[in-house]
Design a binder for this molecule. Structure first.
Ligand SMILES: NC(=O)c1ccc[n+]([C@@H]2O[C@H](COP(=O)([O-])OP(=O)(O)OC[C@H]3O[C@@H](n4cnc5c(N)ncnc54)[C@H](O)[C@@H]3O)[C@@H](O)[C@H]2O)c1
Length: 253
């Protein structure tokens, strides 16, 4: 898929993987619309050239549709979506605070899984209206899971359930959207050096880096963005989950 001259939507674009992906897509010549929550946009860095940041909660039907209407009214041809918005609170099933808060579990599933599906379904509907290229392709949707979908650690029950849901949707969505010429891929990152991880102490970060098989370091957000661009370029990749983890297999804690 050619990115130059097309439009892309990136969620979670005010920070971390989403910000790096939005910037990389803009450098590749796409007009990029980045979605994020208002406070995150206000607190984050200024949008790079070619990136328009819009306020929307990915879990809100109305707000995501509103953003897509705005993109359509701009005359943009949406061909790529990178779903990067996500949250990762940690809680054990049983702790001194009692059993895992059900509302917290619901919130994580609401943002990570339902938010991803909400953007996927509305964006697919917008992509359907775009002319196909010579191979019949209209668009690509790249979701972000986590290796916690496969090896969730203690305290990651809600997070790993939400990310496993994204993994499970991948082949089904690819099959479902094939008739519209839309590919669906998922990236499952290991440990990436973003604000989500920056909150850990230096010792914890060093221990995390040491746990990676090779290269023995955290991944950089730009490496995630590069993978999104590689997937966009490779039209035969579809319905698959790609681990980007330096062969890390998480231990139980
Ligand atoms: N950093 C890692 O090591 C790592 C590893 C595996 C998976 N991931 C996944 O990658 C994605 C990006 O993570 P990151 O490390 O860049 O985190 P981050 O916290 O830097 O960025 C996440 C962004 O998502 C936004 N967001 C949260 N809830 C939202 C909502 N309801 N609507 C719109 N935007 C919302 C946040 O405001 C933030 O800007 C997440 O889905 C995360 O689970 C990250």
């Amino acid at each position: 898929m050619r990115l130059s001259g097309t439009s892309a939507l990136v969620t979670g674009a005010a920070s971390g993987l989403g910000a790096a992906t939005a910037a990389a897509l803009a450098r590749a010549g796409a007009t990029v619309y980045g979605l994020d929550l208002g406070p995150a946009i206000a607190a984050g860095p200024a949008a790079p050239v070619g990136v328009h940041l819009l306020t929307a909660n990915v879990a809100s039907e109305l707000e995501v549709q509103g953003a897509l209407d705005l993109i359509r009214n701009d005359g943009a041809k949406l061909r790529l979506v990178a779903n990067c918005a996500g949250i990762a609170p940690s809680r054990r099933i049983l702790s001194r605070q009692g059993p895992h808060d059900l509302a917290l579990f619901e919130k994580v599933v609401q943002v990570n899984l339902i938010g991803t599906f909400n953007v996927l379904r509305s964006a697919a509907s917008a992509m359907q209206a775009v002319d196909p290229d010579t191979s019949g392709q209209r668009g690509l949707i790249v979701n972000t899971a986590s290796i916690a979908a496969f090896e969730g650690q203690i305290g990651q029950i809600a997070y790993s359930a939400s990310k496993a849901g994204i993994v499970g949707m991948t082949i089904t969505a690819a099959r479902d959207l094939a008739q519209a010429g839309i590919r669906v891929m998922t990236i499952a990152p290991g440990l990436v050096d973003t604000p989500m991880v920056a909150g850990f102490s230096a010792d914890v970060q060093a221990a995390l880096a040491a746990s990676v098989t090779f290269p023995q370091r955290l991944a950089q957000p730009a490496e995630f963005a590069k993978l999104v661009l590689m997937i966009a370029e490779h039209d035969y990749l579809n319905g698959e989950v790609v681990r980007m983890d330096g062969a890390l297999r998480m231990a139980s804690r």
